[in-house]
Design a protein around this ligand. Structure first.
Ligand code: ADP
Length: 251
């Protein structure tokens, strides 16, 4: 009986590697259209948590539901992606030798009909969707360009666009601002905040200025420490939290 406002429900999740508890009785509840920043010191378990959500790592115990009824622990990585969970790793992995248009089109196809990109002309509604996504990520004027020629920031947005082509409900984004110019960082914050109006967006981030920008738009910050959630709240609440100050500042 999971609350209908909850899209992702993780409860009592633990996983050990060679006896070391990387995730330790983790609880996390994400709403359908929220922007959630995940912060925490190195080794806190952020990557492992993302790996569990996407099916890359199996927990030893716990419960993980997506959209109330989908038991994530019963699905493999491909089925989890098809259920509507998209993940973007830190380094952009666009198809450098294809145009922006083709990258978006390819991303729309399911892996099983990969070759349909070359066999069939795209349908009008598909072209509409490509244009919509290109506008969302600010690359509508770059569709014929080779994606390998884009700036680092543009590649990151294209990869987010490629995820959007698969119509995910949950987007997991790892350090999107790393290596970007100030201007690109601001545009990225704007993009992620606008996506959170229609998706659940989870951002793992080290850059505290960027986290503040994201959370000032209404996002919640969760602090991971030793494999569980130490604190949750607005950036102000997090910065004034005594447990967080002890972990981060040694107070
Ligand atoms: P973070 O992303 O917050 O830096 P990680 O999830 O990468 O943290 O790692 C959490 C802890 O689990 C670390 O101590 C790391 O060394 C350990 N760990 C992660 N993956 C493995 C693995 N496959 N084998 C052994 N230890 C691992």
């Amino acid at each position: 009986n999971i609350d209908k406002s909850i899209l992702l429900y993780l409860e009592g999740i633990s996983v050990s590697f060679d006896g070391f508890k990387a995730i330790n009785d983790l609880n996390l509840y994400l709403k359908h259209d929220e922007l959630r920043c995940i912060i925490g010191p190195n080794g806190a378990g952020k990557t492992t948590m993302m790996d569990i959500i996407t099916g890359k790592t199996r927990p030893d115990c716990g419960t993980a539901f997506f959209g109330q009824t989908i038991d994530l622990l019963a699905l493999d990585e491909t089925a989890i992606a098809e259920a509507g969970i998209g993940r973007k790793f830190q380094k952009p992995t666009v198809f450098e030798s294809l145009t922006v248009q083709d990258c978006l089109e390819l991303a729309m196809r399911q892996p099983r009909d990969f070759w349909s990109l070359y066999q069939a002309k795209s349908q009008p509604h598909e072209r509409r969707k490509i244009l919509d996504v290109a506008e969302t990520i600010g690359l509508q004027d770059h569709l014929p360009r080779l994606s390998g020629d884009l700036s680092h920031g543009q590649k990151q947005w294209l990869e987010i666009g490629m995820l959007l082509m698969q119509q995910p409900r949950l987007l997991l984004v790892d350090e999107p601002a790393a290596g970007m110019t100030h201007q690109e960082i601001d545009k990225t914050a704007e993009l992620l905040r606008s996506l959170a109006g229609t998706h659940c967006v989870v951002v793992v981030e080290h850059d505290m200025d960027f986290v503040r920008t994201l959370s000032d738009g209404g996002g919640t910050v969760s602090v991971l420490h030793q494999g569980s959630v130490l604190a949750e709240g607005s950036m102000d609440q997090i910065q004034n939290n005594t447990d967080v100050r002890r972990v981060y500042l040694g107070e």
